[in-house]
Structures are given as structure tokens and as C-alpha cells.
Design a protein around this ligand. Structure first.
Ligand SMILES: NC(=O)c1ccc[n+]([C@@H]2O[C@H](COP(=O)([O-])OP(=O)(O)OC[C@H]3O[C@@H](n4cnc5c(N)ncnc54)[C@H](O)[C@@H]3O)[C@@H](O)[C@H]2O)c1
Length: 321
């Protein structure tokens, strides 16, 4: 198991364990030895990884399944979770283990951060987005009144356990759309790494497990220095929001399940086009974005039912506006 470290907002850093164990057994000794464990877990993970879930068949573990969809990532859901945990009379020895995609990590992390001014929490990311992006950095958030991640805070997990074997159940479409956060990172901060993968994008559609593991590891290694340099995303770190301004608006306005990655990909294309109109980027940058989206089979046009006006209106509620 490889161990890297991510700079924290309260802790000087927290470990990111990158595991290769198909049976996830190396997670067991890392889990807290004492206290109740509140397992906030994506329902999909419960269904897809029954053997993994056996790790949590313990007397002091309580399972809270989450049906992951953006309309569940709310303050109401957080309140419901907190109420259920409150019933169990938690103490400061107890912890939340958030297992799932970025949505469950954000919801679990934010809930843990609010209970008793913060109980320890652990991340087990199970999607590509969560492994290469959402679990790195200290951002916790829920949506509020249709505005994406509008209520939130910064707080650090105790550790993050990344195991690319969780990605074996993601479809090609999911892998491609979630890889966008990685390509965003590369386009914004690491051209060489971008070219390493982008020069052979067709092959991205048929990655072996080893290649996917390599992609995950490279993206984590590339993101950690960005977090280190500007955790609060006030200057350099703002590059991680690339594509998210318009992307978040599309995500909230969509009725057809555009994924987070698809929305961010569209947002990046819009950003490139605006830069081009402002004379800050050449036409080639637009082509680069178009080629990326087309090669990954991702949409390169905003659905017609989402009007430019509705996107612009939602930007008023973008927390970085
Ligand atoms: N805090 C941050 O820095 C940050 C960064 C990126 C994204 N995010 C947030 O994360 C969310 C997007 O994350 P996401 O793309 O992981 O989406 P998600 O958490 O909504 O998961 C996407 C889908 O994958 C399913 N899933 C989870 N694990 C699976 C597995 N192993 N196999 C198959 N399906 C699985 C889920 O049930 C869901 O249907 C958004 O809410 C976004 O705001 C936060």
C-alpha cells in the first residue's frame, strides 16, 4: 500500500492510502479500534460490494445507506442523518466512515463536522471522481435551494483509503465522465501529464486495471501539490474550479441525469470559448476541449432545454461568483 499525504486545514496533513488489495483487507487495521462507527455508505456500494461490507458487520457499527443523487445532498438529509446518529447517543470516541462517490463523502464529511463541533471521519472513495478529486482537499458541502454546494465548510478526514478495485463496477461512460476532473487538473496545471494520457485518448476507453490504477495514482500525485499550495482555493487553487462555474449551473438545471463530470466537461468547453472570445486563448484550445469530450464520448453541447439565461441567473448563487 502506498501512502501519500494531503495538506489539511486543521491537521498539518492526513494520509492518503492507495491500496491494491482486491479484497480490501488492508482497510481493516486502519479503522478506529474504539467507539461506535457510523457508516454513511452509498446504497450502490452495499449492493455491488457485499463482501467488502462484511468488514462492517461489527457490534459497534451502524449502517446509514444513501441513495446517491444530487437532490439527496441536502441540509434536510444531513439533519435526518444527524437525528439518527443523535438517537445512538454518540460520544467523542465515535466516528463517521463515509463510503461512496463524491456526494456521499461530502454529505458524510459535513455531517461529521457539525455533530458536537466535529467528530472524526474517514473517507473511502468508490468512484473515480471521489478518488482523484473529491477526497483530496478539505471541502465539505451540501446543496441548498437549488444552488450547488452552497452550504459548506472546510474540515479534514482522518485518512482517505483509495482502492481502484472499487472502480471495477463503474461503466465505461462513468469512468470517462469522472476522468474529466483529472483532465481538468492536467489542463489547468500539468500539461505534460495531460499529454501523457491525451495523446492516446482512444485507448482510455479500454484501460486495464493496472492502467486505471496508474491514472488514479498519477492524478492524486498531481493534485496534492495544488492543495498544498492553496487549500482555500483563493488564487492558484482556483484552477481546480475550472469548468465548475457553468458546470455546476448545468448540473443543477439538468433533468436528464447529466453527470457531474459531463457538466464540468461542458463548463470547461464554455470557459475555453469565453477565453477565446476575450482574446486570451487561441482556437486550438477550443479544439483541444472538443477533441477531449468527443474522444471520451461525452456531450459537447449544452442540452437545448437549458437556456443561457437560466445558467446566468444561477451564477448569482455560485459561491465563488
Ligand atoms: N469536495 C470536493 O472537492 C468535490 C470535488 C469533486 C466533486 N465533488 C462532489 O462530488 C459529487 C460528484 O461525485 P461523483 O462523480 O463520485 O458522483 P456520486 O457520488 O453522485 O456517484 C455517482 C454514481 O456512482 C454510484 N457509485 C458509487 N460508487 C460506485 C461504484 N464503486 N461502482 C458503481 N457505481 C458507484 C453512485 O451511487 C452514483 O449513482 C458532486 O456532488 C460534487 O459536488 C466534491
Amino acid at each position: 500500500m502506498k501512502t501519500l499525504y494531503c495538506k489539511g486545514i486543521i491537521k498539518s496533513n492526513y494520509p492518503i492510502y492507495i491500496s491494491d488489495k482486491e479484497n480490501f483487507e488492508d482497510l481493516v487495521p486502519l479503522l478506529p479500534m474504539t467507539g461506535k462507527k457510523f457508516i454513511v455508505v452509498d446504497q450502490a456500494v452495499i449492493s455491488l460490494f457485499p463482501d467488502f461490507m462484511k468488514i462492517f458487520e461489527l457490534e459497534d457499527s451502524y449502517i446509514f445507506p444513501i441513495n446517491a443523487s444530487e437532490d439527496v445532498k441536502t441540509f434536510d438529509k444531513l439533519r435526518e442523518l444527524a437525528s439518527e446518529i443523535h438517537e445512538l447517543k454518540p460520544s467523542r470516541d465515535d466516528s463517521i466512515i463515509a463510503i461512496g462517490g463524491g456526494l456521499v463523502l461530502n454529505l458524510g464529511g459535513m455531517t461529521a463536522s457539525l455533530i458536537m463541533r466535529g467528530m472524526p471521519f474517514y473517507y473511502v472513495p468508490t468512484t473515480l471522481t471521489a478518488q482523484i478529486d473529491a477526497s483530496l482537499g478539505s471541502k465539505q458541502a451540501v446543496n441548498f435551494k437549488g444552488a450547488k454546494n452552497w452550504m459548506g465548510m472546510y474540515n479534514d478526514p482522518e485518512f482517505c483509503y483509495v482502492n481502484p478495485h472499487f472502480l471495477s463496477t463503474s461503466t465505461k461512460k462513468e469512468i470517462n465522465s469522472q476522468a474529466i476532473e483529472g483532465f481538468k487538473l492536467c489542463l489547468a496545471t500539468n500539461k505534460e501529464l495531460y499529454l501523457q494520457f491525451a495523446n492516446n485518448l482512444q485507448h482510455f476507453n479500454s484501460l486495464t486495471y493496472e492502467e486505471l490504477h496508474h491514472f488514479v495514482e498519477k492524478m492524486i500525485e498531481a493534485k496534492l501539490p495544488v492543495v498544498e499550495k492553496d487549500l482555500l482555493e483563493e488564487n492558484y487553487g482556483m484552477s481546480m474550479l475550472y469548468g465548475h462555474t457553468v458546470g455546476h449551473a448545468i448540473e443543477m438545471l439538468d433533468h436528464t441525469n447529466i453527470t457531474h463530470g459531463e457538466a464540468v466537461g461542458l463548463g470547461m468547453l464554455v470557459a475555453a470559448k469565453i477565453s477565446n472570445l476575450l482574446g486570451l486563448a487561441d482556437d486550438k484550445l477550443i479544439t483541444t476541449h472538443n477533441d477531449l469530450l468527443i474522444s471520451l464520448d461525452l456531450p459537447n453541447k449544452i442540452p437545448s432545454y437549458i437556456s443561457p439565461t437560466s445558467i446566468i441567473e444561477l451564477l448569482d448563487y455560485n459561491k465563488k461568483n
